[in-house]
Design a binder for this molecule. Structure first.
Ligand code: DGL
Length: 271
């Protein structure tokens, strides 16, 4: 733990792109007085198809960038980066580093009644088995079924979330889960909460959906309280956004993910 870490310092949040704004949105709601710095690595998106070494290398660079901004905590909003890079990030960070896997896994374990949990995410997240490992650390007897749903990222970015194509793709990816009779499904990717309605329609309204980002925001609050790092200022926190590239549909996509326009966005070069 960093000495003189101040509650006034911002929280650093990063993702492979702007999908992590779904996590930032939950943080803004749960911690309205916190100053938050968000970095989206839009130049190198996607992380979900890249190797562990590459994703870890990118994540280390971003962590150094955020530490230079004097953050009091780092939230890894990206599920893929959370799955593979946390140990490396914790080695170089004097402030707490929180990923989205553990909070999502914890919430799913506490909710399942029949001990059958489904996990969906990018190829990188699913191949790492990070959710399965975390679930089994808490409860060995839970059966975990998983599937990589790569096309969901593009569907969410294009806003194809509730049309026929979205429904067809979702059916294709989720049919297996119905056979396994899961009662809980973890949305293990920043983009998937955008498809929540279609996922719920296809898998059935009785299946509980876990939004890892939302669970992470609650966990961040708990840790800040525990470490006496909660910002007690009365005014609303400041939000700053950095990207490594301006994508063509940046404004449209970011508004869809955050639910409001983005102000104060700067482009940065990392290395
Ligand atoms: N942010 C990534 C994740 O949550 C999805 C997009 C990507 O593949 O980079 O895993």
């Amino acid at each position: 733990m960093k000495k003189n870490n101040s509650s006034k310092n911002p929280i650093g949040v990063f993702d492979s792109g702007i999908g992590g704004l779904t996590v930032a949105k939950s943080l803004f709601e749960i911690l309205p007085n916190e100053n938050i710095i968000y970095l989206g690595d839009t130049a190198r998106l996607p992380y979900g198809t890249k190797s562990k070494a590459t994703v870890t290398g990118y994540s280390v660079e971003i962590t150094k960038f955020l530490l230079n901004k004097n953050v009091k905590m780092i939230v890894v909003a990206c599920n893929t980066a959370s799955s593979v890079a946390l140990p490396s990030l914790r080695r170089i960070s004097p402030v707490p580093v929180i990923g989205v896997i553990k909070p999502g896994a914890k919430a799913a374990v506490s909710i399942t009644n029949n001990f059958k949990i489904g996990v969906i995410g990018t190829l990188g997240t699913i191949q790492s088995s990070a959710y399965k490992t975390q679930i089994h650390k808490i409860e060995r007897n839970i059966e975990v079924f998983s599937n990589a749903c790569s096309l969901f990222v593009q569907l969410a970015e294009d806003g194809w979330t509730e049309n026929k194509i979205a429904e067809m793709v979702t059916k294709e990816y989720l049919t297996g889960f119905k056979d396994h009779k899961i009662d809980t499904l973890i949305l293990g990717c920043t983009h998937y909460p955008i498809l929540k309605n279609t996922i719920s329609k296809v898998i059935g309204k009785k299946i509980r959906l876990i939004d890892s980002g939302e669970e992470t925001a609650k966990e961040v609050k708990r840790i800040l309280e525990q470490e006496h790092l909660l910002n007690t200022q009365k005014k609303k926190g400041k939000h700053k956004f950095y990207v490594t590239d301006f994508q063509k549909k940046f404004k449209e996509i970011s508004e869809r993910f955050l639910g409001q326009p983005l102000h104060d966005v700067k482009k940065v070069k990392l290395s």
